[in-house]
Design a protein around this ligand. Structure first.
Ligand code: FE2
Ligand code: FE2
Length: 351
């Protein structure tokens, strides 16, 4: 099986196979799970509920493959949210005005919040946050490869909001109807906030495009650097994804990679026209017969090289995450010490 085929079984760039199937975090405690009886009956009930478009909840029985697929996808999604804070966080101290700084702080903070809802949703499947973070920090877990590219100018911040958050929304809206209740509910709030992210980015670019020739060139340059990477965010073509049927079967993946990518392109072309930028694809044109835009070939070799750790910022992003985790150890220690003290006091008072 080629790597593209293997990876294609997952729904999007936020659900790529991790480097090890099993976490080797032996010392870390998993969330305890309830025992379950007769599997054939339970499997039948599960299938009936999925077929009826019902929701699966944390206490319900579920097949191991469903649980594993969800843990991988939701934890990769959570990792993507918190690693996604880094490229833009880089610009908070350099935002061009107080207004832009306030908006950017709010946006980056939202992404941290998205990470928290998603880690919580994944924990309901029996994997602890410590296990998930350990997988991220030791390089076994994947996150969206889009965050392994650098943010060279202020225009990158606008383009990330417009295109990266825009592509994320396209991927995530169908997840609001996914079969796993906690994930679906988390995605409703996440999508509302993502739509604010997209609009703030687009608005920042509209303002720059009314500015000097240098500002306009800066926007065009950022669009040139991000456009193809954003198209790759939807994952490899469905033809290379023979296993995506399983995601559909489980009610996790509702729409194929190519269809989502096409929807994104069709929605973005008129926005680029209003903005006054050129999308860097000479083959991009309206196809009257298909009623969609045709587009050029995506460089999948470059995509896989970045997924596999050789993108321009992979090492820097991971090192920053690990440092943040280590620097925060005293906060976690203090919170635990405080909780113990409170508990001790409560017990003493009760005695
Ligand atoms: Fe987000
Ligand atoms: Fe966002």
């Amino acid at each position: 099986m080629t790597q593209a085929q293997e990876t294609g079984m997952y729904t999007q760039s936020m659900d790529l196979p991790d480097d090890a199937a099993e976490p080797r975090s032996a010392g870390l405690k998993a969330v305890p799970q309830a025992l379950h009886p007769s599997e054939a009956e339970l499997q039948a009930q599960f299938d009936t509920r999925i077929d009826a478009d019902g929701k699966i909840e944390p206490r319900d029985w579920m097949p191991e493959a469903y649980r594993k697929t969800l843990v991988r996808q939701i934890s990769q999604h959570a990792h993507s949210e918190i690693v996604g804070m880094l490229p833009e966080g880089n610009w908070i101290s350099r935002a061009p005005s107080l207004k832009r700084k306030a908006i950017l702080i709010a946006k980056v903070q939202d992404e941290g919040g998205h990470g928290l809802y998603l880690y919580s949703a994944a924990e309901t499947l029996g994997t602890s946050r410590d296990q998930m973070l350990d997988a991220l920090h030791t390089g076994r877990a994947k996150y969206s490869s889009i965050f392994n590219y650098p943010t060279l100018t202020w225009a990158d911040v606008g383009v990330i909001g417009w295109l990266v958050d825009g592509a994320a929304i396209m991927n995530q809206i169908p997840l609001c109807r996914c079969s796993y209740g906690p994930y679906a509910r988390a995605m409703i709030r996440v999508c509302k906030e993502e739509s604010f992210h997209q609009r703030q980015g687009y608005e920042a670019l509209l303002v720059m495009m009314q500015g000097t020739a240098e500002q306009k060139a800066m926007v065009q340059d950022a669009v040139n650097r991000w456009w193809w990477k954003c198209l790759a965010m939807f994952g490899p073509p469905d033809a290379d994804s023979p296993h995506s049927a399983q995601g559909k079967r489980f009610g996790i993946k509702r729409i194929g990679n190519d269809e989502l990518r096409q929807k994104f392109i069709d929605a973005t072309v008129p926005q680029a026209q209003v903005l006054g930028v050129t999308l860097p694809d000479p083959e991009l044109k309206w196809n009257e017969e298909r009623q969609h835009h045709d587009h050029g070939e995506i460089d999948w070799d470059e995509f896989w090289a970045t997924v596999n750790g050789n993108g321009p910022c992979n090492k820097e992003r991971l090192a920053t995450r690990v440092k943040a985790w280590n620097d925060g150890q005293w906060v976690r220690d203090a919170a635990l010490a405080h909780a113990r003290k409170q508990q001790h006091r409560a017990l003493k008072e009760a005695a």
